[in-house]
Ligand binder design. Sequence first.
Ligand SMILES: Cc1cc2nc3c(=O)[nH]c(=O)nc-3n(C[C@H](O)[C@H](O)[C@H](O)COP(=O)(O)OP(=O)(O)OC[C@H]3O[C@@H](n4cnc5c(N)ncnc54)[C@H](O)[C@@H]3O)c2cc1C
Length: 564
Amino acid sequence: MAAAPTAAGAAARAGAPAGSYDAIVVGGGHNGLVAGAYLARSGARTLVLEGRYKTGGAATTEAPWPDAPEFKVTRLSYVMSLLPPTIIKDLDLARHGYKIYPMGPYYQAFPEGGSIKLYADDARRNHEEVSKWSKKDADAMPRWDAWLAGLAEVLGPLLLTVPPNLGSRKPRDLRETLRLAWKNRGLDVRTVGDVTRLMTMSIADLLDDWFESPQVKGALAVNGVIGTWAGPYEPGTAYVMAHHSIGDVGDGHLGNWGFQEGGMGAVSSAIESAAREHGAEVRLNARVARILVENGQAAGVVLENGDEIRARVIVSTLHPRTAFLDQIGREHLPPDFLGDIEHWKTRSGVVKINLALAELPDFIADPGSNLQEHHTGSVEMAPTMDYIERAFLDARDGKPAVRPFSDGVIPTAFDKTLSPEGTHIMSLFTQWVPADWSEEPHTAELEAYADRMIDCYNELAPNFKASILHRDIVGPHEMEQEYGLVGGNIFHGELSLEQLFHMRPAPGYADYRTPLPGLYYGSSATHAGGGVCGIPGWQAARAAIADQKSARRAEQVRKLTRRS
Ligand SMILES: Cc1cc2nc3c(=O)[nH]c(=O)nc-3n(C[C@H](O)[C@H](O)[C@H](O)COP(=O)(O)OP(=O)(O)OC[C@H]3O[C@@H](n4cnc5c(N)ncnc54)[C@H](O)[C@@H]3O)c2cc1C
């Protein structure tokens, strides 16, 4: 694979026999597509193999109601923030349809009356809003924002850093460890302390240090529990909040999120279109059964239909249990690594509820079903920290939450492509049901859970229930069976402390390489994942391209030395 521009790649492809490839990417989720695009851009003859009838994986737009195909929903992931400008620019994604509407404020209406809105970028209005609940908290808000911005300056660049293999004595690993230490030499004692707090505290304890009002703390806690199998009092949830607060959607406003026009599937389509333009082939309904191994190297893949396709480089973007435990013979992987993957934590207890609405929710606290600012951002069901905690405790005790927590959004506040004029789509990201619901469909119980979730919103906006035209419920079992999200975890693995940075997906293999030469790994279970950020796919492709370049250089040196 030459690290050459597209024209050279096209030339290389022109001379190659049909159906032969330099690189195969397993999985056509957004990370697989990013990897495919970068590999093809480097000149490699690249094939992306997707098991489903369409690409996108968890970043997908679908029409779940056969009788109402005019309604489209972002069936799983629903908002963008973390895709770095480098990838957007390199792949020219705007030209391929990447178009984001920055979303409005976090909005929470309260059962006891009143509401709060929190803005990503408007300190004056935040002060007004928070003052309704606590003057002290309103005054603390700018300091909190500045504190988070300071931490984002440290953590943001780390997202694009390849984690070093800490503890390894190999010269390359020692060099990378030193390079990371050098890059962060500017950190002072205070900042290191703040990062330590962020990494180890619960979001509840952290917010207690800053704020007093339950309403403000409830609103700010949301990002700490998104997709986690942990309530707000669990250590590590402060970091989850940071992970969801350091991106921006290209408008320069930290922590802001946005809606992709056409839903999240349009992000995947934009990346797919860029990959194809660079010459990648994308094959659908092409489920990979196993990775071929020859002479201790990855040598290709075998599809479920028995077809064998060979390539020198394989990039897998599947869940780690699937990629390493199901698709590679155990004899090809070291026991320590296998043990780490077997112990990989992959629970969430998330249920996605997608709704088609005849009209917008008419909140008692902010009346009117005409489009207003509070419909344009997150429409939360997280009135207090204790409310969120209760929902988690129910699920940990083995029952679905009686009153679930929800991060709701109404993308049609901006995006008119998803539903007919005058109607809306509402997407509810809800928690929790028991984590082991990934093992069985639990259909009737999920219906009852969705009823309760809808009732909670109906208490705040009494037109809500009657406005629902269609509903679609995706629980952990469907996430695993249909989308390959083992255990129903939304990120291919929990963002718990022991699964971050140099530990993601396993110590010694956080550099997007694997124990099997020729096999690279770029799913959300690697550093910077999860989320629709494309970084794992980008890094895995870069690792493969760099290794091929070194191998070519070594070969040239060998030839020269033989001649002389
Ligand atoms: C309910 C939910 C809500 C979320 N909300 C957000 C959000 O709002 N914002 C955000 O940034 N992130 C969100 N996420 C997380 C984010 O969507 C994921 O982290 C990300 O999409 C994963 O991308 P990926 O490419 O690594 O994997 P995937 O999207 O899982 O892609 C893997 C692909 O491999 C395919 N595949 C599986 N097995 C095989 C096989 N044997 N052969 C070939 N192909 C196979 C799958 O069909 C899939 O297309 C959410 C996730 C979920 C589930």
